[in-house]
Design a protein around this ligand. Structure first.
Ligand code: SF4
Length: 248
């Protein structure tokens, strides 16, 4: 059961559409310096914002257990890199993690499903613990956006998506069961950020459906608010009804 299949297919198409994209293999020696805690970048010290000024923005983290999906961790950049933008631009940061199927376990087993949900949350929450210097991330879980203030100092010192990507990759790859990770930065103004935001919403809904099924809920699909998610994600119904059977 590939939980985020539709989103992964959209992403694959997006990547195919951009053969000019830049790809950088994970290299911990090229990490941008990090601070221990959230670092405030004041307005007067800001060179520009990514995803600010009502420009498009989106952010999600999802997983795949397909061993064929990808190997080799990397940062991908679609659009201008940090030193080239020079002004506020739209922005998306998308993360795909290739995980050991054991990490999610047999989703029809209650204990394994609970563990899977906690794992997915933990992986998503990593974004709150990466503090690249002079790269202030503000995340909104309500509208699935991420905005970034880039400091003038960081730009002068040579910050780039490759270096920031290595900070994120480093964190993800330290989690047991994560075999490879892909961090995709998008600043191309021609991209459809509303569609990316919709995908981010979908990722959230799928994970939350997993949680609500685990909490136990009625089994009448026609009355259920989660029906759109279960109609789309193969195996979600089996997961719920399998769970009801194993409750006794
Ligand atoms: S299978 Fe999905 S739609 Fe049906 S009751 Fe369970 S959560 Fe709701």
């Amino acid at each position: 059961m590939e939980l985020y299949q539709t989103v992964l297919e959209h992403l694959e198409k997006l990547l195919e559409k951009h053969p000019e994209r830049k790809e950088y293999a994970y290299d911990p020696s090229k990490k941008w310096p990090e601070t221990e805690k959230f670092e405030l970048v004041m307005g007067r010290d800001t060179a520009y914002e990514l995803g600010g000024s009502n420009l498009g923005a989106a952010n999600y983290t999802c997983v795949t257990t397909d061993p064929e999906a990808f190997t080799g961790s990397k940062t991908v950049v679609i659009g201008k890199d940090l030193k080239e933008t020079g002004m506020d631009v739209p922005y998306a940061r998308l993360v795909i993690l290739s995980v050991d199927p054991e990490m999610l376990g047999d989703l029809e087993n209650k204990k394994a499903s609970e563990r899977a949900f906690r794992t997915l949350q933990k992986l998503d929450f990593i974004k709150y613990h990466v503090f690249a210097k002079g790269y202030m991330v503000r995340t909104s879980s309500e509208n699935f956006k991420e905005q970034v203030r880039v400091s003038k100092k960081a730009l002068a010192e040579g910050i780039s998506f490759e270096k920031v990507g290595n900070c994120f990759l480093d964190r993800y790859l330290k989690v047991d069961g994560v075999k490879a990770a892909k961090v995709i930065f998008i600043t191309d103004p021609s991209e459809d950020y509303k569609a990316l935001q919709e995908d981010a919403k979908k990722v959230h809904e799928i994970t939350m459906t997993l949680s609500r099924i685990l909490e136990g809920m009625p089994t009448d699909c026609s009355m259920c608010s989660l029906k759109p998610v279960c109609d789309e994600v193969e195996g979600m119904r089996e997961l719920h009804f399998g769970k009801e059977r194993t409750k006794a």
